[in-house]
Design a protein around this ligand. Structure first.
Ligand code: SF4
Length: 415
């Protein structure tokens, strides 16, 4: 029997006709579109789906920070330039006090959340993660805590001999609010074995962690990193797994696809994925994932201009301004953006820019973020002060705001 991920024997225009009529397309259809679809026609169709699911006048973004609390990792994914093995002289574990300082900088830049994700550090028990989330909740209750990707959850569960559900329930009780979709790359056994990502999480394990997060009432994101030399059938298999779980749980808030960055990795021979393929993949993902409301562009790997263009190919959200990012920057992507620039990019693409909450529930106003931003003004480094720009009057005036008395409470540094 033919693989369900082989290209369907249909013409792209017939498949796009189904999309226009609101009919779901198959994995084979998605493969056919990736292989033979015309970029601009795919973009037009994806844009219509985007408008069906989202406010057509608005494109959103958020302000948050990736905090990579450790780079020590027991795994050796071939595409990863970030990890250091246990015992390596460049291995680190960020102390709680330093994490607190980074959160304060985030709040001072109108940020609403942090994404905590590390290597899979074998020395850290569940109690470490509970303490970390508790530290954030007690000291910075306003910050959204989006933490620990499926490979981290899986490792904790194995180490503690607990189920995925129970690990997530314990972390939720401590203050975990949602789970990032990292570590998915391509959810295909064959590809994961080739790039040595299978040990950290098989496709079934990645999906099951997300299923258990959703069963715990936590929302998560879904991601795909492509361009590692995999074939189109593997990308389509990945999309199918995401859509199937979303049919079951409705727990994914958004889908984010980005391209493999090869610098400093064990795969330098893999050619770069350029804009045409990136935009085509975004558009087909928008057409196929009819049950995932939001689709982010990836300006962090594609640059601002292609990130902006993705808004015409099915994306409705620009993701975060990324106050800090260490993982893709270790592999060669070095883009940064201020909130000013983000709003300019969105406006220039024909949309009203709106900062949103981390779970896409609503828009965030500057009036809402300003009091916390003012309170943590002291935390900004000169470089980050520039990035605050004129959006926050108290920052522009250079006023020094006293340190909040709660800011240093409960921060036992570790490691
Ligand atoms: S991708 Fe994650 S799990 Fe794999 S080596 Fe890098 S840090 Fe470790």
């Amino acid at each position: 029997m033919d693989s369900p991920f082989a290209p369907a024997p249909r013409r792209p225009d017939a498949i796009l006709g189904d999309v226009a009529a609101g009919r779901r397309i198959s994995a084979g259809d998605a493969h056919r579109l990736l292989a033979d679809g015309d970029l601009l026609e795919l973009g037009r169709a994806a844009h219509e789906v985007r408008d069906r699911l989202n406010d057509r006048a608005v494109a959103t973004y958020n302000v948050d920070r990736n905090i990579n609390y450790t780079n020590i990792c027991v795994y050796k994914c071939r595409f990863c330039a970030f990890y250091r093995p246990p015992g390596h002289e460049e291995g680190y574990l960020v102390p709680f006090e330093e994490i607190g300082r980074k959160v304060e900088e985030t709040l001072a830049l109108n940020g609403t959340g942090v994404l905590l994700q590390g290597g899979v550090n074998p020395d850290l028990p569940l109690a470490y993660y509970v303490d970390l989330v508790t530290f954030l909740r007690e000291n910075y209750p306003a910050i959204h805590r989006h933490c620990f990707s499926p490979p981290e959850i899986k490792f904790i569960a194995r180490k503690e001999r607990m189920s995925f559900f129970d690990v997530i329930a314990t972390l939720k009780q401590a203050g975990l609010m949602s789970i990032p979709g990292g570590g998915a790359e391509i959810l295909s056994d064959r590809i994961r074995k080739e790039v040595q990502a299978y040990p950290k999480a098989s496709p079934e394990e990645w999906i099951d962690v997300m299923r258990q997060a959703h069963a715990n009432g936590l929302k998560t994101t879904a991601t795909m990193m492509f361009g590692m030399g995999e074939d189109l059938a593997a990308r389509v298999e990945h999309l199918q797994r995401i859509r199937d779980l979303q049919d079951e749980t409705s727990g994914f808030t958004a889908f984010i696809a980005w391209t493999f960055q090869h610098e400093n990795t064990d795969m330098p021979e893999v050619p770069e994925t350029f804009a045409h393929e990136y935009l085509k993949t975004v558009a087909v993902a928008r057409l196929f994932l009819d049950n995932v409301t939001h689709l982010q562009s990836s300006w962090v790997t594609q640059g601002k201009k292609i990130g902006q263009a993705a808004l015409a190919f099915g994306a409705d959200d620009m993701g975060s301004i990324m106050i800090e990012e260490n993982v893709v920057s270790a592999a060669g992507a070095h883009y940064t953006m201020t909130q000013d620039e983000m709003e300019h990019l969105v406006r220039a693409a024909g949309y009203e820019p709106k900062q949103r909450t981390n779970l896409y529930e609503r828009f965030v106003t500057r009036e809402e973020t300003a009091p916390l931003a003012a309170r943590y003004r002291h935390a900004l480094t000169p470089e980050l002060r520039d990035r605050a720009s004129a959006l926050l009057p108290v920052v522009a005036r250079g006023e020094v705001v006293p340190r909040h008395p709660d800011a240093s409470r409960g921060g036992a540094a570790r490691g």
